[in-house]
Design a protein around this ligand. Structure first.
Ligand code: 13P
Length: 291
């Protein structure tokens, strides 16, 4: 059933578990995520990232995500991930998405605050939840679909300037009225090229200031133990894509490796292999997040 992000996350925040938010830029991914969530009877979030417009547009994949969400036996929110423009957020709201992320975290604090407030006013009037971000979450040079945006902690002299400041987070949430907050504490979008160094105590410090559900971006490649600590400290939504997509790619590799070189390859078989690989990976991730 289609529900808002706020409904899913407020319950997760109260009961202290994590909910997976998976990017689904193709039908195989949509099917994999919904079926995995149904098999473990867990709420789930389907999300379309604005950067994935290069793979498929919201006009094409949005109605598919919404249709699968409505027919699912578990609560499903359909969310815009990293909305970069006012226009994209309004497009998602008009399509029927039940939440949007407006990401102005690379702009000045004042601009982020003013623009996020404007999105909240429109989204809440339409019954749609809002996620926003304070701090800066790094992007690795190795990953799918987010090329050209890579940066690294070495680009910054002082991590205190990029990780979420607890006091600023409190002020931002109170002033904007957002439903959940993406926080920066060392996770990275894409593949980790170095072992992740997470400031997990920062989640607790932010939680002591403000009790809204927090979002972990760059959820792929975090250890099971660190997911558990992050969830215990206040993370409720875990954005996860790279490892799921990699699991689909690896399943195709394995399918091909089991064929002799002169066997013809058929795309529909590759698509089924990718769907099955993604589903197994997503199912495992959801189970870890649920604890
Ligand atoms: P990963 O691709 O690193 O799993 O992160 C996904 C994400 O944060 C989408 O917003």
């Amino acid at each position: 059933m289609l529900v808002t992000l706020k409904e899913i996350l407020d319950t997760a925040n109260k009961e202290k578990y994590g909910v997976g938010a998976f990017n689904t830029p193709n039908l195989e991914a949509v099917k994999a995520v919904i079926e995995a969530a149904e098999e473990v009877n867990s709420p789930v979030i389907l999300q379309h990232a604005e950067v994935h417009e290069s793979l498929i547009s919201i006009e094409e994949i949005g109605p598919v995500m919404l249709d699968y969400a409505r027919r699912a036996s578990v609560p499903v929110a359909v969310h815009l991930d990293h909305g970069a423009t006012f226009e994209m957020c309004v497009k998602a709201i008009r399509q029927g998405f039940t939440s949007v992320m407006y990401d102005a975290s690379s702009k000045s604090y004042e601009e982020n605050l003013a623009e996020t407030k404007e999105i909240v006013r429109i989204a809440h009037a339409a019954g749609v939840s809002v996620e926003a971000e304070i701090g800066h979450i790094f992007t690795s040079e190795v990953g799918s679909g987010e090329g050209g945006q890579a940066d690294s902690s070495e680009d910054y002299e002082d991590l205190e300037d990029v990780y979420t400041d607890p006091k600023v987070a409190k002020e931002f949430v109170k002033a904007t009225g957002i439903d959940c907050l993406a926080i920066a504490f060392g996770t990275v979008h894409g593949m980790y090229v170095k072992k992740p160094k997470l400031d997990l105590a920062r989640i607790t410090a932010i939680k002591e200031q403000i009790d809204v559900p927090f979002v972990m971006h760059g959820g792929s490649g975090v250890s099971e133990e660190n997911y558990k600590i992050a969830i215990k400290n206040g993370i409720c939504k875990i954005n996860y894509f790279t490892y799921m997509s990699k699991a689909g790619g690896e399943a195709i590799k394995e399918y091909i490796a089991n064929k002799s070189i002169d066997t013809p390859l058929f795309f529909d078989q590759l698509s089924v292999a990718a769907y099955a690989g993604m589903k197994a990976d997503v199912k495992q991730a959801i189970q870890i997040f649920r604890g």
